[in-house]
Design a binder for this molecule. Structure first.
Ligand code: FAD
Ligand code: NAD
Length: 475
């Protein structure tokens, strides 16, 4: 092991490992310190995203959706199958296999790019020195010209429902139930609550969700959020808004949850309780006092718009800094910082980061919501188009939801797009690209879209901005 590097990265999640690969591509000698131990008890790269986040959750969302479709949707296609049974062990084994394939793929990429993976804990000291404590407990002091901190985030805990990794769990626990709970309680109807609540609902659990605020999915465009709430309730997610959990109690193998809403005090008994009330930056033991690293008032490492901390040559990226806690945001920051270290003058457009919630229908958006435009006094025009009038959506038995496009009232520049519908995660990329090129809604309206595709709904929404959608009656 060398003791001096051009770049040392602390954390090997999607922010850190992408930064490491890009640094190595640019000819910088690079080490990445990562301490993760996976479910097999082995060191692993990939962080939260690959091990217990994006990948396992999307794997189970897909499996559970297939199960639901086999049971409830295939008959509509005229396909009759015998009794459908669930093999949860196989479903979990598939998830584990995919996680292992992807995480070991990152270590192969590290080897190919000659990146040194230091297995253990990293801590920033003064003067860009890093203390490395190996998994075996040996301690080394390393020197670097540049240090990138990418230590990610961890679930927020709440006093009224402390997790015990058995009955009261965080997202990691809820990705690994070995039996479908008869009744699942979820605290927080945010992204994780809705995705994992959907998984277990589709697999047969009764799901009650307790959300503290009155607004459902407050960051989402209100029209999309309202329709999404209707759809999710129709699927059987019992979502309670304005519900505050005041206490929990383990009674044998169950959990009694006490909560309050405007109607008064309530109690419900669940087999498992998922706490999904947000995540906080992971800054525990990341920097020594004498390093003088600056944190902001919410506990994130303080950085400017190009991820520079208050210390020269020290950067921070991903969930541990401001901005959305999304894998792709962290990865792009990793690329940007690597390239800036190599002398390139690149930046990220934070206004065009897409969001996706992988429910069915999916929710995806980019840019401003209608409520934000109103609050900011920006003039805008709206075009909407329902998937119920889209041929491809009908063909795939997914004709619910809509596309909503927002364009500037004077210049017609696209300001945002909000989708509730099938493959919204893929469709949104068209508008991300359009916004990256400062396109107008007229540009989208004049772009030829294949037929029959779901993307025709995007085209029609752009036409609707100008009151000339073809397959709906324009207001
Ligand atoms: P992390 O992925 O958290 O990685 C940080 C790494 O640093 C970890 O491996 C940790 O072990 C290591 N580390 C921490 N401290 C040290 C130290 N001192 N020394 C050495 N190593 C250290 N985002 C999406 O964009 N799409 C999704 O679909 C999505 N789904 C999600 C589902 C779930 C259930 C969860 C929990 C999250 C999901 N996210 C999703 C969020 C996404 O996982 C995070 O935004 C992303 O992982 C952040 O990347 P990161 O590299 O900043 O941090
Ligand atoms: P979240 O912020 O999306 O949702 C948390 C919800 O819990 C909010 O609606 C909040 O009002 C509510 N809440 C907070 N305190 C509460 C309390 N005491 N009682 C009841 N409700 C309470 O957070 P999350 O769902 O935990 O996810 C964390 C982050 O992980 C997300 O914000 C996102 O950045 C990332 N993530 C992304 C994806 C994706 O991209 N598809 C998937 C999962 C997670």
């Amino acid at each position: 092991m060398a003791n001096t590097y051009d770049v040392i990265i602390i954390g090997g999640g999607p922010a850190g490992y992408v930064a490491a690969i890009r640094c190595a591509q640019l000819g910088l000698t690079t080490a990445c310190i990562e301490k993760w131990i996976n479910f097999k008890g082995e060191p692993a790269l990939g962080g939260t995203c690959l091990n217990v986040g994006c990948i396992p959750s999307k794997t189970l969302l897909e499996s559970s959706e297939q199960y639901h479709r086999a049971k409830d949707v295939l008959p509509a296609h005229g396909i009759q199958v015998g009794p459908i049974t669930l093999d949860l062990n196989q479903m979990m084994a598939r998830k584990e296999q995919i996680v292992l394939q992807l995480t070991s793929g990152i270590s192969t990429l590290f080897k190919a790019n000659k990146i040194t993976w230091l297995k253990g804990h990293g801590k920033l000291l003064a003067e860009r020195q890093v203390e490395f404590t190996s998994l075996e407990g040996t301690v080394d002091i390393l020197d670097a010209d540049n240090v990138i901190i990418a230590t990610g985030s961890v679930p927020i805990e709440i006093g009224s429902a402390p997790t015990d990794n058995e009955s009261i769990v965080d997202s990691t626990g809820a990705l690994d139930f070995r039996q479908v709970p008869n009744k699942l309680g979820v605290i927080g109807a945010g992204v994780i609550g809705l995705e994992l609540g959907s998984v277990w609902r589709r697999l047969g659990a009764e799901v009650i969700m307790l959300e503290a605020v009155e607004d459902f999915l407050a960051p989402v465009d209100y029209q999309v959020a309202r329709e999404a709430l209707r759809q999710f309730r129709k699927q059987g997610l019992d979502i309670h808004l304005g519900a505050r959990v005041i206490g929990t109690e383990r009674v044998q193998n169950q959990v009694v949850v006490r909560y309050q809403d405007k109607e008064g005090d309530h109690e419900t008994t669940v087999d498992k309780l998922l706490v999904a009330v947000g995540r906080r930056p992971n800054t525990d033991n990341v920097a020594a006092q004498e390093a003088d690293l600056l944190f902001d008032e919410r506990g994130y490492i303080h950085v400017n718009e190009v991820c520079e901390t208050n210390l020269p040559g020290v950067y921070a990226i991903g969930d541990v800094v401001r901005g959305p806690m999304l894998a792709h945001k962290g990865s792009e920051e990793g690329v940007m910082v690597a390239e800036r270290i190599a002398g390139m003058g690149v930046q990220i457009d934070y206004d065009t980061i897409p969001w996706v919630i992988y429910t069915a229908p999916e929710i995806a958006w980019v840019g401003k919501t209608e409520q934000a435009l109103k609050a900011e006094g920006i003039p805008f025009k709206t075009g909407t188009f329902p998937f119920s009038a889209n041929g491809r959506a009908k063909a795939i038995e997914g004709a619910v939801g809509m596309v909503k496009l927002l364009a500037h009232g004077e210049t017609d520049t696209i300001l945002g797009c909000h989708i509730l519908g099938p493959y919204a995660s893929e469709l949104i990329q068209e508008v991300v690209l359009a916004m990256e090129f400062s396109a107008s809604s007229e540009d989208l309206a004049r772009t030829v879209h294949g037929h029959p595709t779901l993307s025709e709904a995007m085209h029609e929404a752009a036409l609707a901005v100008h009151g000339r959608a073809i397959h709906k009656i324009n207001a």
